[in-house]
Write a protein that binds this ligand. Structure first.
Ligand code: MCN
Ligand code: MOS
Length: 765
């Protein structure tokens, strides 16, 4: 769908120059609010039938047999899919780099490795018929022993992940010799993405062409996987995803349920809808794996860091070594002369863990920032002063200068607005009535990632413009900031730019993951729009039929959709009038976001792979966003209930393309951080590895009533090392550091150091 809506502008944080940097409201907002925005499962092509998945009810074991006869005879049933009836697919490449092995792929398990794994599916005329028939399928198992989670006795120590090991100096020796030493172990549970729109798709074949309506953070990468599964050219797959009801990392990859629906559609020659139910979302895709980390910190009596020794582990699934990098912030945040971090992954009977907003940085900052608070109390130094004392003036691992690091400013602005100076250090010293009041802080960071991407900009005869890209907008604001970027470069009001996204047939864009899309796509769109503008200006002064033909100046200004000579008075020449005069229907340009001189390999190899992302330290600088969160909690001493009553955060994401939307992103991250600190926890049944709270009533996320006033303060400055237009990462930044700030505030309120999440009332009583 194309978004093109006249909108009034809201609060304006720009310098009054062009549309970029203004607090424009989301251009897709009205379509969403009025229900005109069409989500994947709202597509109902003629002849649509419905698939329902059948999932393993054991945590491990072999499928011995599947009884399908009763289900087959059930009303409306068209197909019962099992490993026996399924058509053979081919294995697809792993987008994280591993090429596909030349072998068959079946989305149904015969060897079950986790409870909830797909073992069969039923397709029927209606969803109700498919659901009823699915209940009649009987699966017989030879049950095996289950490793429910990494706390279990049979879990084992796991496999070391060498690529996560970082060492500098003599960490163990320096630790042993340090005058002050602390040691603590921190735990986080399994956490889930739970976007409001569950996963699902509508798949339809026309000959050997497949169209998939499916919410996607990466239509390009997902199209490649479907193409490989079905051994058809990439061009034969079209993924359509104009609107997404949240993803938070869970919608970047094609998953087994997609293969099941597309397979059924091919076998039946009819479009198939597969709606993953809410409980099924807890096993159709893995969220953040449970983590465990031990931090040993050595410091001087004044609190100057001497050594950090970290060992960590995360859960992974049987057969996949999925790393949640617990060292990512530990190795970056503070100046420390000696450091060692190592990590293992522990296979358990779970679905393969996935990505959840700031994978790595989030649990890494939780451990480090809690440990820094413990150190602050061990040496009797204010937690903010301790952080400034250990401020890293350059990247301590890469030994490269920061492009920009406004963390000091974030501490200063956040601390000032919060009133941190009025804090009294002693735990339990800030009581108010029945409430114990606690003030805590923590820092956070997120890297700037870089991947190729392209966009098309087209100026039309009526003086409006189009932006076309396979980039997506899952509520982040891509539609809006790309309209602003094109409008800015073309000299058009933002209302005259229509943006079309979320279709794999459009110019290729990278994954909306790793908080990179805004910086990458604004770069491509600006380049394309400037190319269009240059051609337009050239035509204006050179085309014989142009009213401005022969003008000396080649630096014509374009403002509000009109061309004018510098210093000219009176009306300008509307773009539409010029296009009419010179007889052009359109002027278009396709551009990528790469620097001049990029090779063909830079250009095309990396679109469909995550491994092609440039690291934040590939180059002369180390590129990251930064934040500091200040949190107030109130703990009811009798009941142990914790309420977050105030959050103030200073954040450095460089230049903001749209402050209103960036602030929404930050707020969203902080809200998720509050959920992580106080509510969210996947509970595993120790008997069979089932997720017991696989629904939104029992897997709790915050509601409005849980959320206090949040104040975010942008302290960033344009950073042109980080990106072409000066922005840094926004989307995942603000969730990093919230949970430790809350845990630290709870300690300050109660004197109790809770070293696991979530912090519930049971743990405080
Ligand atoms: N922005 C800005 N100035 C910048 C950078 C970004 O104003 N310098 C604003 C723009 O409105 C942009 C948004 O912030 O659209 C996010 O930009 P960016 O940080 O580049 O993140 P992506 O566009 O790559 O989005 C992905 C990111 C990730 S990885 C997760 S996880 C996440 C997140 O965004 N999931 C979300 N935010 C989410 N927000 C919503 N509503 N739903 C999700 O599922
Ligand atoms: Mo975000 S977890 O990188 O999609």
């Amino acid at each position: 769908m194309t978004i093109h809506e006249p909108r009034t502008r809201h609060g304006d944080a720009s310098d009054g120059a062009g549309p970029l940097g203004r607090a424009t409201s989301r251009l897709d907002g009205p379509a969403k609010i009025t229900g005109r925005a069409t989500y994947a499962l709202e597509n109902h092509p003629a002849g649509l039938v419905h698939a329902v998945m059948i999932q393993a009810t054991v945590g491990a074991g072999r499928v011995l047999s599947i009884e399908v006869e009763t289900a087959k005879a059930s009303p409306g049933v068209l197909l019962v899919l099992t490993p026996e009836t399924a058509i053979e697919l081919r294995e697809a490449a792993n987008p994280f780099g591993a090429p596909a092995r030349d072998r068959a792929y079946c989305p149904f398990a015969t060897e079950v490795t986790y409870n909830g794994q797909q073992v069969a599916a039923v397709v029927a005329e209606t969803f109700e018929q498919a659901t009823a028939a699915a209940a009649l399928v009987v699966v017989h198992y030879d049950e095996g022993p289950v490793v429910p989670d990494f706390h279990a006795e049979n879990a084992g120590a796991g496999h070391p992940m060498d690529r996560a090991s970082v060492e500098w100096g003599e960490a163990e020796t320096a630790l042993a010799e340090a005058p002050v030493q602390i040691e603590a172990t921190y735990l986080t549970p399994r956490e889930y993405n739970v976007p409001i729109e569950p996963h699902g798709l509508v798949a339809e074949w026309e000959g050997d062409r497949l169209t998939v309506h499916e919410p996607s953070q990466w239509v390009d990468g997902m199209a490649r996987t479907y193409a490989e599964w079905f051994a058809i050219p990439f061009e034969n797959v079209r993924i359509v995803s104009p609107f997404i009801g949240g993803g938070f990392g869970s919608k970047a990859l094609s998953l087994p349920h997609g293969a099941i629906a597309a397979m059924a559609a091919k076998m039946l020659g009819r479009p198939v809808k597969l709606a993953v139910t809410r409980p099924q979302t807890f096993t159709a895709y893995g969220g953040r794996p449970a983590t465990r980390q031990t931090l040993k910190i050595g410091a001087t009596k004044e609190g100057k860091l001497l050594s950090i020794v970290q060992t960590g582990a995360n859960e992974t699934s049987i057969g996949a070594a999925k790393l949640e990098p617990l060292g990512s912030v530990t190795t970056l945040m503070y100046a420390v002369p000696h450091l060692s971090t190592r990590q293992t992954v522990v296979p358990v009977n779970t679905v393969e863990p996935g990505a959840l907003r700031a994978p790595g940085e989030n649990p890494s900052a939780y451990g480090l920032e809690c440990a820094m608070d413990e150190l602050a109390y061990a040496v009797g130094v204010d937690p903010l002063a301790l952080r400034l004392l250990n401020y890293a003036e350059e990247d301590p691992q890469a030994r490269k200068p920061w492009s920009t690091r406004r963390l000091r400013e974030a501490f200063a602005a956040g601390g000032e607005a919060f009133g941190w100076a009025r804090r009294t250090m002693a735990p339990r010293s800030m009581r108010e009535g029945r409430d114990l009041v606690g003030w805590g802080l923590a820092a956070g960071t997120y890297p700037v990632r870089r991947t190729p991407g392209e966009a098309m900009v087209r100026l039309l005869a009526d003086g409006t413009a189009e932006v076309l890209s396979s980039a997506i907008d899952m509520g982040t604001g891509t539609y809006t900031i790309l309209a602003q970027t094109a409008a800015d470069a073309l000299g058009l009001p933002v209302e005259r730019v229509a943006v079309t996204l979320g279709d794999s047939r459009l110019p290729r864009a990278p994954v909306a993951g790793g908080s990179q899309l805004a910086n990458l796509m604004t770069a491509a769109v600006q380049k394309a729009a400037l190319a269009v503008r240059e051609e337009l200006v050239g035509l204006a002064i050179n085309a014989p039929a142009s009213p401005l033909a022969g003008a000396q100046a080649n630096d014509l200004e374009i403002e509000n959709g009109e061309l004018r000579l510098p210093r000219a008075t009176g009306d300008g020449l509307p773009i539409a009038a010029l296009m009419r005069a010179i007889g052009r229907d359109s002027i278009e340009a396709l551009r990528d976001n790469l620097k001049d001189g990029a090779t063909a390999k830079d250009r095309f190899d990396n679109f469909t792979s995550v491994s092609g992302m440039r690291s934040p330290t590939d180059g002369d600088h180390s590129l990251h966003s930064w934040c500091a969160h200040f949190v107030e909690v109130r703990v009811d001493e009798d009941f142990g209930t914790v309420r977050v009553s105030r959050v103030v955060s200073g954040l450095d994401s460089g230049r903001l393309y749209n402050p209103k939307l960036a602030e929404s992103q930050w707020n969203g991250g902080i809200v998720m951080g509050i959920g992580q600190a106080l509510l969210e926890e996947g509970v595993v049944d120790p008997r069979d590895g089932r997720i017991l709270n696989a629904n939104l009533a029992d897997y709790m996320i915050p509601t409005n009533a849980d959320i206090p006033e949040i104040r975010t303060i942008s302290v960033g400055v344009p950073d042109f090392e980080a990106s072409a237009l000066g922005g840094k990462a926004v989307g995942e930044l603000a969730i990093v550091g919230v949970a430790p700030a809350i845990a630290n505030a709870v300690f300050h309120a109660t004197g109790k150091r809770i070293r696991h999440l979530p912090i519930t009332l049971e743990t405080l009583l």
